[in-house]
Design a protein around this ligand. Structure first.
Ligand code: PLP
Length: 525
């Protein structure tokens, strides 16, 4: 664009000069300007003609023009890719349990001038000037976060700066556990998260298992339910400094009271990582972790439906009163704030903090409570429909937004099912299921209802979703039956046969035509 503008300006000037040149004595002109030909001479005259000042105004105007352009005009290639993704989201059934479609106002806040500001530090204690309004925005985000979860600021504080859920957890361990301190979390293949200390025999996969010592607790392989008794026994051996009550793939409510008792039995701290269920907690559709926990972390982009970020809630105020009547205070606040900044992060993402503020406002509304209620209804409805169709649902149902499907009973693996579902525009993820022996070849899939519910899906629509899932899984079973090998690559070869491609194409069209009819927030942002 810049080049074109220079060219235009140059061209307009040069045509006038060419005219002048043609009318004047050419050889004289060549001599005077020491040029070899006409075009060179015109160019030289042209630059003489444009004063230095004019050139600099032209270039700053052109630079401003570039800075003011919309993405569609300034970068057609990227813009087109974003349009493709928009279309994919609109025409697909989004069933990844950790995803959601955020609101227009969250998207608005994300792309505001708040993005431009550096504000290392905390409200009223920044390392940079010009943070008057940034301070107010961060304080607003804090206030609304406490309100969304019904917390009294005398007893709870919150840090809204974590860039996402993973750093938030790491920051808590850094603050309260210390290097190589011991933590216990639900094992990843049993439904826990990487940042709860995941490692394998061969590798310390998560940095939380490199810098801290972790021991997992498990679900009962028969029921799929957390084995609290085994955890209670193991804490006596491992003596963790912190226990994590939190899940990425677990469809049942957590027993925070039991976690508290187990933590107290070894004087451990209890961290509730409510990332997956925080929207349900705000809407009182899931048990309240604040009642029993010392610290609560969350992402803000899953069921909470806000921007991609993390938050850390910590107890503050009086912890206990000793025998002499002296008050002992919680000391988490400073440790956590220091671990976030300057410990592990630099400048806060202020546009995201603005977006957290508006998401927390929404999460406190009656409409959001209705949404969260529908998320759970839809998940329970889908679990029942799939059971009626003969699929095994881990734990026999769900209390929340997750449906954990064990596909081993129909002879499929998660990877094969996921492949076919993706090819018919249904997004979910492969997942280990209790009793899986090979975590690299998981035996099931995880489905979730938060995103579809945002688009307005109700039980009757979920019936149709159940039909599409069943049709896709039946195609996967046929492909598996016609493949003389258990390898995914051979499965994909059969999947690519015209016979199956035809079935897949037809089903994909049905799914896409169906999905496209539903509302989608933020499509014009
Ligand atoms: C329970 C739990 N904690 C933490 C995280 C990490 O969040 P992020 O992906 O934002 O780092 C996740 C993400 O899936 C999660 O499920």
């Amino acid at each position: 664009m810049y080049v074109r503008l220079v060219a235009n300006k140059f061209h307009r000037t040069s045509s006038r000069l060419t005219e002048f040149f043609n009318r004047s004595n050419q050889s004289n002109c060549f001599n005077q300007l020491n040029c070899v030909n006409q075009s060179n001479c015109v160019k030289q005259l042209c630059f003489n003609y444009l004063s230095k000042r004019e050139l600099s105004i032209t270039s700053s105007k052109m630079s401003q023009q570039m800075l003011s352009q919309n993405l569609a005009d300034s970068d057609a290639e990227l813009y087109q890719l974003i349009q493709n993704e928009k279309k994919r989201q609109l025409r697909g059934l989004e069933m990844i349990a950790s995803e959601n479609f955020t609101s227009t106002s969250v998207l608005n806040a994300l792309s505001t001038c708040l993005h431009n500001k550096y504000s290392e530090g905390y409200p009223n204690a920044r390392y940079y000037g010009g943070n008057e309004f940034i301070d107010q925005i961060e304080l607003l985000a804090q206030k609304r976060s406490l309100t969304a979860f019904g917390l009294d600021p005398a007893n709870w504080g919150v840090n809204v700066q974590p860039y996402s859920g993973s750093p938030a957890n790491f920051e808590v361990y850094t603050a309260l556990v210390g290097p190589h301190g011991r933590i216990m979390g639900l094992d990843l293949p049993d439904g826990g998260h990487l940042t709860h200390g995941y490692y394998t025999e061969k590798k310390k996969v998560s940095a939380t298992s490199i810098f801290f010592e972790s021991m997992p607790y498990k679900v009962d392989p028969n029921t799929g339910l957390i084995d609290y008794d085994a955890l209670a026994a193991n804490v006596k051996i491992f003596k963790p400094k912190l226990i994590i009550a939190g899940v990425s793939c677990y469809p049942r409510h957590l027993d925070y009271k039991r976690f508290r008792e187990i933590a107290d039995s070894v004087n451990a701290l209890l961290l509730a990582d409510m990332a997956h269920v925080s929207g349900l907690v705000a809407a009182k559709q899931a048990p309240n972790p604040f009642e029993y926990s010392d610290i609560v972390t969350s992402t803000t982009h899953k069921t909470l439906r806000g921007p991609r970020a993390g938050v850390i809630f910590f107890r503050r105020g009086v912890k206990s009163v000793d025998a002499k009547g002296v008050q002992i205070m919680y000391d988490y606040e400073e440790k956590i704030n220091t671990a976030v900044f300057p410990g592990l992060q630099g400048g806060p993402h202020n546009n995201t903090i603005g977006a957290i503020a508006t998401a927390m406002k929404q999460a406190s509304t009656k409409e959001f409570a209705e949404y969260a209620q529908q998320v759970v209804k839809n998940a329970q409805h889908l679990a029942t429909r799939l059971q009626e169709k003969g699929y095994k649902i881990v734990t026999n149902g769900t209390d929340n937004h997750i449906i954990w499907v064990d596909l081993r009973t129909v002879g499929l693996t998660g990877s094969k099912a996921d492949k076919v579902l993706e090819s018919v525009s249904i997004a979910c993820n492969k997942n280990t299921v209790p009793g899986d022996t090979n975590a690299l070849n998981p035996g099931g899939i995880r489905l979730g209802t938060p995103a579809l519910t945002t688009r307005g899906f109700k039980e009757k629509d979920i019936d149709q979703v159940g039909e599409y899932l069943d049709q896709a899984l039946k195609i996967a079973i046929q492909i598996k039956d016609e493949t003389n090998s258990r390898l995914l690559k051979d499965f994909i070869v059969t999947l690519n046969q015209p016979k199956f491609q035809e079935q897949i194409k037809k089903l994909r069209e049905d799914v896409e035509n169906y999905a496209e009819r539903f509302y989608m927030p933020g499509m014009d942002v």
